[in-house]
Design a protein around this ligand. Structure first.
Ligand code: 6LW
Length: 520
């Protein structure tokens, strides 16, 4: 089959047959992407903050379709997020590389004493090693690069660099300051160092991870400089533009098997009226890169982008429903800070996920919660829950002070909204004992439906009737579960929780209910 035939044969919802793909390539709260290639396979890792397990790991054969194959930090021996860990604390900005026949991942855990750690694996799906700690690397966003002499260079936010022994984690010399972006640039961070042809390239983010975010680059003839900035910096920014994808930055470069170059990066999709609210967190986008006079030029980061010149290799769509019949939880399910064996079970009531309460509400950092990222602007999530004398439900969560949920227990179902210091029970309804279907419909208005105060989306919470229709208890303005209101680095996670006793969930399903995940 020729590549053109293969492309036609693999028609899929993302276009591609017409030579395009849809951004974001990893929608939902998946920021700070780092990518590497081994042969025809690509691997990508993201930040995870207070989520456990941490550092979601994706595989792709075409850079566009990504499947989560694991989490890098998936056991307490690798990741400690004490109950004191604030939301948006925890695990920041990994770098993923393949070197010397192994995968290497270096990352910061700003909780747990605040340090960098390095893990390795032969199979990126795991298991990953126990961490080597790097007490001499004094900054976030660590990067790893090796030179031909075998030196391992660790470059981190600031921008600083230190040569390390990756097996012991110790520095092999003093840290040195490198080129840190244009004079006065805010937050020089997210460095990645590459040997490309004759040069060492230092790619950085600057401007902060908000609307001023940008990517700049410099080059040198040695990994430790001196660095000469690109005359066309920043090589990528959407600041001050009317583009639907904003905050673009924190890029990582990868050379495809055919010699073409690509950048993965983070961006957001603000919705609603001014100033615009993004509710899904920072997502992972893909952009083509060409080289002009020895400098990379980043093609448009747009909702629809020209496809790579090779066949699409779609990954199986995850089933809409998780029946909790498997012996383990899919890697997409995350908890908050920890998930000790005593708070959850797939065997106590076979075919059900049982959650046992610790914290008494989603305001508590140790609440028992199992959720997945909201990945679509409009979506529907529902679950069949049996409170069994306890109390729990279905929540849309940004952090401890910004969450909305529908909860069942004590003979009633109620919708609760936490917005900063305001906590309100918005609606209640009596329900008979036994299992009940709780549901949230998230609806993003179409972009044409704009006026200055317009919310980014609405969240309709209710109880699903036997005929599938929704008995709506409350409709809430989605801006209160946005980063612009809550602050921080994360995005919405939708999931199940227990706030009292043992609560049983028969299934949970999640479906895109809008114009797929396309930006407007
Ligand atoms: C990360 C920094 C950033 O460490 O945000 O957008 C911080 N870039 O590089 C948290 O994700």
């Amino acid at each position: 089959m020729t590549p053109a035939q293969a492309r036609t044969a693999t028609a899929n919802a993302d276009g591609w047959t017409d030579g395009t793909f849809t951004n974001p390539v990893v929608p939902g709260f998946h920021p700070d992407p780092s990518v590497c290639r081994v042969g025809d396979d690509y691997y990508l890792a993201c930040s995870s903050f207070e989520c456990f397990p941490g550092v979601p790991l994706f595989h792709s054969r075409d850079l566009v379709h990504w499947e989560q194959i694991g989490n890098v930090l998936d056991r307490p021996g690798q990741l400690v997020l004490p109950a004191t860990t604030a939301s948006s604390g925890g695990v920041y900005a990994p770098t993923l590389r393949h070197h010397d026949g192994r995968f290497w991942l270096i990352v910061t855990n700003v909780a747990d004493g605040g340090g960098n750690l390095l893990v390795t694996a032969e199979d990126p799906a795991g298991p990953w090693s126990d961490p080597v700690r790097l007490p001499d690397v004094a900054g976030i966003d660590p990067d790893l690069a090796w030179d031909d002499e075998g030196n391992c260079w660790c470059t981190y936010a600031g921008i600083e660099q230190v040569r390390i022994d990756p097996y012991t984690g110790r520095a092999l010399g003093p840290p040195r300051r490198l080129w840190s972006g244009p004079p006065g640039a805010q937050a020089p961070e997210a460095p990645h160092l590459y040997r490309i042809g004759e040069h060492w390239y230092l790619l950085i983010a600057e401007g902060g991870t908000e609307r001023g975010h940008a990517v700049s680059i410099a080059r040198a003839s040695a990994p430790d400089g001196p660095y000469e900035p690109c005359p066309d910096n920043p090589i990528l920014t959407h600041r001050g533009t009317n583009r639907p994808i904003q905050n673009t930055g924190h890029g990582d470069l990868v050379e495809a098997a055919d010699g073409s170059w690509w950048m993965v990066l983070l961006g957001v999709r603000p919705q609603g009226g001014t100033p615009g609210w993004h509710v899904l967190g920072r997502e992972t986008f893909l952009a083509p890169v060409t080289w002009v006079n020895g400098w990379p030029v980043v093609g448009g980061v747009t909702p629809v982008t020209t496809a790579p010149p090779w066949p699409a290799r779609p990954v199986p769509a995850p089933p809409a429903r998780d029946d909790f019949d498997a012996g383990s939880l899919h890697p997409r399910w995350v908890s908050l800070r920890s998930r000790p064996a005593e708070v959850w079970s797939l065997t106590e009531r076979p075919g059900w996920l049982t959650l046992r309460a610790r914290g008494a509400s989603l305001d508590e950092r140790d609440v028992t919660f199992v959720g997945r990222r909201q990945q679509h602007l409009s979506c529907r999530a529902r679950t069949l829950v049996d409170p069994a004398g306890g109390r729990g439900g279905l929540a849309v969560r940004l952090d401890e002070r910004h969450h909305h949920e529908i909860e069942v227990g004590d003979g009633e179902v109620r919708v609760v909204a936490r917005i900063g210091s305001v906590l309100s029970t918005v609606a209640t309804r009596p329900v008979p004992a036994g299992p009940v279907r709780l549901r949230v419909d998230v609806h993003a208005p179409s972009p044409g439906d704009w006026h200055p105060g317009k919310e980014p989306d609405t969240l309709r919470f209710g109880v699903e009737r036997a005929d599938g229709t929704l008995d709506v208890l409350a409709e809430l303005d989605g801006r209160h579960l946005s980063t612009e209101v809550a602050g921080g680095f994360t995005g919405r996670v939708i999931g199940m929780y227990a706030a009292a006793g043992s609560v049983h969930f028969d299934w949970f399903d999640y479906a895109d209910s809008g114009e797929s995940n396309r930006a407007p």
